[in-house]
Design a protein. Structure first.
Length: 310
């Protein structure tokens, strides 16, 4: 299953017009995508506003929606663009404040609902609590658990670009799911040995995000200037991605198609979260995921020492 990742329509790296963002979301719906993920961080609320406007055309029970807490948006006195600081090409009329307090959870969720134009979301993630894990564990998590017990949200989770801190949350709390970005992909499987079995044991579902490792696996031909973890890809990773792409080509499978399919082979992974900034991108991703990949591809990748044994 695809979850539509709405960071790109929040003007990640470069601006997307309102019209193109709306067309992209319409294309996602036409492709049968019914799960959507956003966050206040994405475009200082722009992603939430655009996503809410698009979903207003559909019955609320016909899709699932997740957003995140941890960064509260407050008015900013400065001018200019958020691009150098936050990575989004939007006016810096707001700024992010880290806040994993119980009050921060409430304020962030209320603001998100206002931007979305909705009375509820299905899932709320603790967003990137790397340097704030203690407050997130002792204050934000209990607040989210209380909202879940009241039926305000259906499920709660944590979303991060690493697996070690999420593993602690899985062990010490009663999470429903984890959004794991970039750490269980065709390129790297660091979460395989410990984290994914832990999630299976605890009944926590995993949404695999950043399955293209922020660009390195996004095209059949791996360019020398490909990005990895939101920066220039190291030469050794470009070389590894090209070796993977060559094995994929032997099976007439484009590299991004294999990258989309791979995480879903693990029983802990229930969805892949994929961003798109144009209708063509989301249609292509949906087509790739709908097209089967031969099992021999995975065997050949393991034989070439490009995949860890399961």
């Amino acid at each position: 299953m695809i979850t539509f990742g709405a960071a790109p329509i929040g003007n990640l790296y470069s601006a997307v017009s309102d019209a193109v963002a709306a067309e992209t979301l319409a294309a996602a719906w036409d492709c049968g995508i019914r799960a959507y993920d956003t966050a206040p961080h994405y475009g200082l609320g722009l992603s939430e506003r655009r996503l809410g406007a698009a979903l207003a055309a559909h019955p609320r029970d016909s899709y699932t929606l997740s957003t995140k807490i941890g960064r509260v948006l407050v008015p900013a006195s400065g001018a200019g663009s958020d691009l150098p600081v936050g990575g989004f090409d939007v006016p810096a009329t707001l700024r992010r404040e880290w806040d994993f307090s119980a009050d921060g959870v409430k304020r962030s969720l209320e603001s998100s609902l206002d931007r979305l134009g909705l009375d509820r979301v299905d899932t709320v993630y603790l967003h990137d609590p790397d340097d704030h894990w203690r407050q997130a564990l002792t204050e934000a998590y209990p607040a989210l658990a209380d909202l879940r017990s009241q039926g305000v949200v259906r499920s709660i989770g944590v979303g991060m670009n690493q697996w070690q801190v999420p593993a602690r949350f899985v062990r010490e709390t009663d999470l429903d799911q984890v959004m794991l970005a970039g750490r269980y992909t065709l390129l790297e499987q660091g979460a395989l040995a410990e984290f994914l079995p832990l999630c299976l044991e605890r009944g926590v579902s995993v949404v695999a995000a950043a399955v293209f490792n922020s660009g390195l696996l996004a095209s059949p031909e791996v360019p020398a200037d490909a990005t990895y973890d939101y920066g220039p890809a190291p030469a050794e990773l470009v070389a590894r991605a090209r070796r993977i792409a060559a094995v994929c080509a032997d099976h007439a499978v484009p590299l991004p198609q294999a990258a989309l399919h791979f995480p879903l082979r693990h029983p802990a992974v229930t969805s892949v979260a994929v961003g798109a900034r144009t209708p063509e991108q989301i249609r292509q991703n949906a087509s790739w995921l709908a097209t089967p990949v031969p099992d021999q591809l995975w065997s050949d990748l393991r034989a070439a020492d490009l995949l860890l044994p399961v």
